[in-house]
Design a protein around this ligand. Structure first.
Ligand code: NAD
Ligand code: UGA
Length: 467
């Protein structure tokens, strides 16, 4: 522990987690200097953009915090090596997507970005450094990180004759949800810190204690912390697959899924949250984290446990495919020579993130049936949308418009796939007038006023009802 505490944090990875999390730490801990580094120079340029609407991530409230802290005690840069060297604490917030090939392909996490960051830390750090796992990682990843770091402790000590490097590993998974990230970070339900040495746990806890009640700070061993993050996401996603499976049953029985959801959620043991039915969960993490859990279970021979959790992902895909099939069925069984407007491409409202968005799979199913699609999303740009459909693009079959009204022109149906608040308040009369008749609205988020739409003349399908 030779390094005098400089109160210096380096965060590797300026993405959806690194950017907002470090902004909130900088906001609450003015005596700490925070350097957020990334290999992606474009992303760093956007973080440093004078125009705060150009930040790489859209999150309500983020721009105000960045405005206050940036270039005061919060810095975004590509200077990875020098910021590692200065840091007392390094947060690893790099991406951990599902492996695409090799052992565990389609299930296990690809840890190549974690490994390369660990190697950089090992090489460039000085004195004692606390390495914090902020990314979501499979249980026992800390073992891999330790092995890499400790091998450099030896190298450096023996061969270079420099100040001895030492490391502590702490797991501090992030529970923020996109769209509410700033509020989640400012008012977390809990902060989880897993580790092996009390000193490092305390140092990380002290940072959070500047704005989080000590009662909400939970400390565990490393492995419980790593596993709890995967399990938290698996439980949340399980609720969604459960309610979505029941939405299908409602459509046959005359029950209404919102009423069922309200009735079961009134039981305090079940609770109201995370019971909103929809077109299936999206986002970069639920699917990847459950598949990672499935992989771990199979690795340890727990095949029944693996099958149980995999079904949560299977039902999610089934819900998306079910919605595409219903649209096709209602539009007389064919989509050739039909144009459909897709309202919403983000995986949920209040974010510009489209990773694993249900809109992607549902749109692909519709394109496969020969539909022409026109997209509108208030926060997702044309390039982001077109990038998802490279293999489907041909003359004029996919368009992206700047307004909901433009997107509706000449279409046979509007498919609402993201619950943007503004969709409720659109001028549905004008939209109806410019559509081909019969004009349909498919509301997969149960966010529109069905009666109002029917009065205008629309044919309406709403998830989880027979109305
Ligand atoms: P992201 O892809 O938005 O950001 C990761 C960033 O890391 C990228 O900008 C990438 O360029 C950078 N990076 C990769 N390797 C690097 C290296 N060696 N040096 C410097 N930069 C490097 O990912 P994200 O959504 O922020 O997720 C990060 C982690 O946090 C994942 O493990 C994810 O599961 C977890 N997580 C995400 C969320 C969320 O809401 N997105 C919430 C909780 C946890
Ligand atoms: C989720 C978790 O909520 C976070 O705690 C976690 O940190 C994060 O994953 C992560 O590890 O990445 P996020 O994916 O950003 O956060 O957003 P959620 O609000 O969880 O929504 C996920 C998906 O479920 C979205 O497609 C959303 O529309 C859908 N959803 C959510 C519903 O369909 N119904 C609901 O009631 C809630």
């Amino acid at each position: 522990m030779e390094k005098k505490l400089n109160k210096n944090i380096c965060c590797i990875g300026a993405g959806y987690v690194g950017g907002p999390t470090m902004s909130v730490i900088a906001f609450n801990c003015p005596d700490w200097q925070i350097n957020v580094v990334d290999i992606n120079a474009d992303r760093i340029r956007s973080w440093n953009s004078k125009d705060l609407t150009k930040l790489p991530i859209f999150e309500p409230g983020l721009d105000k915090i960045v405005k206050k802290c940036r270039d005061v005690n919060l810095f975004f840069s590509t200077k990875i090596e020098e910021n590692i060297a200065k840091a007392d604490i390094i947060f690893l917030s790099v991406n951990t997507p599902t492996k695409k090939r090799g052992i565990g392909a389609g299930y296990a996490s690809d840890l190549k970005w974690i490994e390369s960051s660990a190697r950089q830390i090992a090489k460039f750090s000085e004195g004692h450094t606390i390495v914090v796992e902020k990314s979501t990682l499979p249980v026992k990843t800390a073992e891999t990180i330790k092995t890499i770091l400790h091998s450099f402790e030896q190298d450096d000590f023996i061969s270079l004759g420099k100040k001895k490097k030492t490391f502590s590993i702490v797991s501090n998974p992030e529970f923020l949800a996109e769209g509410t990230a700033i509020n989640d970070l400012l008012n977390p339900d809990r902060v989880l810190i897993g580790g092996e040495d009390e000193h490092s746990i305390k140092l990380v806890a002290d940072i959070y204690k500047t704005w989080v009640s000590p009662k909400k700070i939970i400390s565990t061993n490393l492995w419980s912390s790593e596993l709890s993050k995967l399990v938290a996401n698996a439980f949340l996603a399980q609720r969604l697959s459960s309610i979505n499976s029941i939405s299908a049953l409602c459509e046959f029985t005359g029950a209404n899924i919102n009423e069922v959801s309200g009735a079961i959620g009134a039981d305090t043991r079940i609770g109201q949250k995370f019971l909103k039915p929809g077109p299936g969960f999206g986002g970069s993490c639920f699917k990847k984290d459950i598949l990672n859990l499935v992989y771990l279970c199979r690795f340890y021979g727990l095949n029944e446990v693996a099958d149980y959790w995999e079904q949560v992902v299977n039902i999610n895909l089934w819900q998306q495919n079910r919605i595409s099939s219903l649209i096709i069925k209602n539009l007389f069984g064919t989509l050739s020579n039909k144009s459909l407007a897709i309202y919403g491409f983000a995986f949920k409202a209040n974010t510009n993130d489209t990773r694993e968005s249900p809109s992607i799979n549902i749109s692909k199913n519709l394109l496969q049936e020969g539909a022409k699609l026109t997209f509108f999303d208030p926060k997702v740009n044309e390039t982001q949308i077109l990038n998802e459909f490279n293999e489907f693009l041909y003359e004029g079959n996919i368009k992206v418009k700047d307004t909901a009204l433009d997107a509706a022109k000449g279409t046979d149906a509007i498919i609402v796939l993201t619950e943007w608040e503004e969709f409720k308040y659109l001028d549905w009369h004008s939209i109806f007038k410019i559509m081909r008749k019969p004009a349909w609205v498919f509301d997969s988020r149960i966010c529109l006023d069905q009666k109002h739409l029917k009065n205008i003349g629309f044919k309406v399908w709403t998830l989880g009802t027979t109305d």
